[in-house]
Design a protein around this ligand. Structure first.
Ligand SMILES: [Zn+2]
Ligand SMILES: [Zn+2]
Length: 178
């Protein structure tokens, strides 16, 4: 979705559109197992308006993604939705006076420097922020046996029970660090 800057006024406008996000699949395809796969389109609701030179966006999106569980390696689907807001300011490097060298991260601001605001990269960024840190089919997924590879959600294997005892899992995931 692209919005011409000149069309953005001080009165808020509300739109609903489908954004292409399947480009995100390229970002996540390096792994041996693809952690997440994205549908072609995501439904986005968005309200935007201008205040002076700054442009305010507030919206939400929702869709269904596929993940590959990092414990049992099964594919599963899950809903992903998020509310977000962000502000775009005119790019200071495009204007005559330079403000101090503050980076975007410092300010939490993004800039626009074109006559049209392309929402696609901003929406994709929000999608990435909404993703879980690692894909799990279920938070209690028991994963695969480290010895024989059995899916412990489906069966119990004959390997040493101490290795697969779920009560021991806490020690295996515990990170010692202070
Ligand atoms: Zn799983
Ligand atoms: Zn086993």
């Amino acid at each position: 979705m692209k919005i011409p800057v000149d069309d953005i006024t001080e009165s808020a406008r509300e739109i609903r559109f489908s954004e292409r996000i399947d480009g995100l699949n390229d970002l996540y395809k390096n792994n041996q197992f693809r952690d997440f796969s994205f549908p072609p389109l995501l439904e986005v609701d968005l309200v935007y308006y201008r205040s002076g030179q700054e442009i305010f966006f507030k919206g939400s999106f929702g869709g269904t993604l596929d993940g590959t569980c990092s414990r049992c390696l099964r594919s599963y689907s899950f809903p992903l939705s998020k509310e977000f807001d962000f502000v775009l300011s005119p790019d200071p490097s495009q204007s005559g006076h330079k403000i101090e060298e503050l980076t975007r991260e410092d300010l939490g601001l993004s800039y626009y420097s074109t006559e049209e605001i392309d929402l696609a990269p901003l929406i994709k960024e929000q999608v990435m922020l909404a993703l879980p840190t690692r894909p799990l089919c279920h938070e209690n997924c028991r994963g695969l046996c480290g010895s024989c590879g059995a899916d412990l959600n489906q069966e119990t294997c004959a390997c040493s029970s101490s290795a697969t005892d779920p009560r021991m899992a806490i020690f295996r995931t515990l990170k010692v660090g202070r």
